[in-house]
Design a protein around this ligand. Structure first.
Ligand code: PLP
Length: 351
């Protein structure tokens, strides 16, 4: 059945094993993040078999499945939790990232009831403007957090590159280390220094040695670093292909005919007149993928546009004589893969 994601286990395994040993050699534990493949058990298994001991995901539902299947795995919940999901979060997570004192108090109550004490990383916002106590208030707030019982406040962490696109630098990483030193509480041992985007500093040998953990998804699953705009050295990028089927091929004008308003998503497109073009419709749409993140393997194909369930491509310049029923392969950006792996209409095939 199409559309489907054709996932190359061997390539992902190589990336996982390379990055795990690269990080471990530098005194850093790696949490393998499964969210880009929607918490897939197959991906968790690849991580566990290739030197990654911590399985991280942003959704409690995903960790629940992973924990049931791999009870021995150490699980990390990387989206700061909702209070309404804390009972389940404590059950399925060995470690939880938090950024709120009240939430931590409720975790403390839940863990006392359950007799299960989770490890906690308290998140610090170093400037990216997503989760975490703002760095200038971090020492005070995290000292308060240290007085809460029934949780094991193991470390502090930060996330960069996701909202503001702020890059990790020697300066902001040093500042994070200083925050840990100023808190000066012996149980706070670890610093989780970010995600794929932080690998660059490790490669350059400039990541402070006090950083003891990284949470890595994209570099393993895609071999890329979207925020850094690069491929990650020594990783493979031929990890996942999206396969979609052609349901119509017709010669049509390049500019719509008739008065135009907005499209189904309230967007207005600019059309340039290239005359009559040979166009194909694929049975995949915005519900399954974002067309801007699709790169055809056939370099002569142009992706034009997609609506909910249809993606239009221009195949005029192709050498291959495509027919209805043929399958077109695409590489995906991180964002497009995230969406495709979440769509129930897209099958995942691990090869
Ligand atoms: C998604 C996410 C990660 C993993 O990011 P990658 O860029 O895929 O390595 C790490 N930490 C948090 C908090 C995340 O939300």
């Amino acid at each position: 059945m199409y559309p489907r994601l054709n996932i190359q286990k061997d390539s992902i395994a190589k990336n996982a094993s390379y990055l795990a040993s690269f990080c471990n050699k530098n005194g850093i534990s790696i949490a393998g993040v499964t969210k880009v493949l929607c918490g897939s058990l197959e991906l968790a298994e690849i991580f566990l078999k290739n030197g990654i001991k911590i399985i991280a995901d942003s959704r409690v539902k995903n960790l629940d499945r992973i924990k049931s299947c791999f009870p021995q795995a150490y699980t990390m919940l990387i989206r700061i939790p909702m209070i309404s999901e804390l009972r389940q979060a404590v059950s399925v997570s060995d470690c939880i990232l938090v950024s709120d004192i009240h939430t931590l108090t409720v975790i403390s109550e839940v863990s006392r009831e359950k007799g299960k004490i989770p490890d906690i990383f308290y998140m610090v916002d170093m400037g990216d403007l997503r989760e975490g106590v703002w760095f200038e208030q971090a020492v005070q707030e995290i000292r308060t957090a240290c007085s809460i019982g029934n949780v094991n406040l193991l470390g502090i962490g930060t996330n960069l590159g996701c909202f503001g696109g702020v890059l990790p630098t020697v300066e902001n990483m040093r500042k994070l280390v200083e925050i840990k030193e100023k808190i000066n509480v012996s149980t706070i041992r670890d610093i989780s220094g970010g995600s794929t985007v932080t690998l660059k500093m490790l490669e350059d040998g400039v990541l402070p040695k006090e950083i003891t953990n990284l949470r890595i998804g994209e570099a393993i699953v895609c071999g890329t670093d979207a925020t850094g705009g690069r491929n990650v050295p020594n990783t493979l990028q031929d990890t996942v292909l999206l396969e979609a089927e052609i349901i119509e091929i017709k010669d049509k004008p390049s500019v719509p005919y008739g008065e135009t308003g907005y499209d189904a998503f309230g967007r207005k497109h600019e059309f340039i007149d290239y005359g009559i073009r040979k166009k194909a419709i694929l049975a995949i749409g915005e519900q399954d993928v974002s067309s801007s993140g699709m790169t055809p393997m056939d370099k002569n194909i142009k992706v034009l546009h997609s609506s909910s369930d249809h993606t239009i491509i221009d195949i005029t310049d192709c050498e291959e004589n495509y027919r209805v029923g043929d399958i077109i392969d695409f590489k995906l950006s991180y964002g497009a893969l995230l969406r495709a792996s979440t769509s129930p209409y897209v099958e995942k095939i691990f090869k």
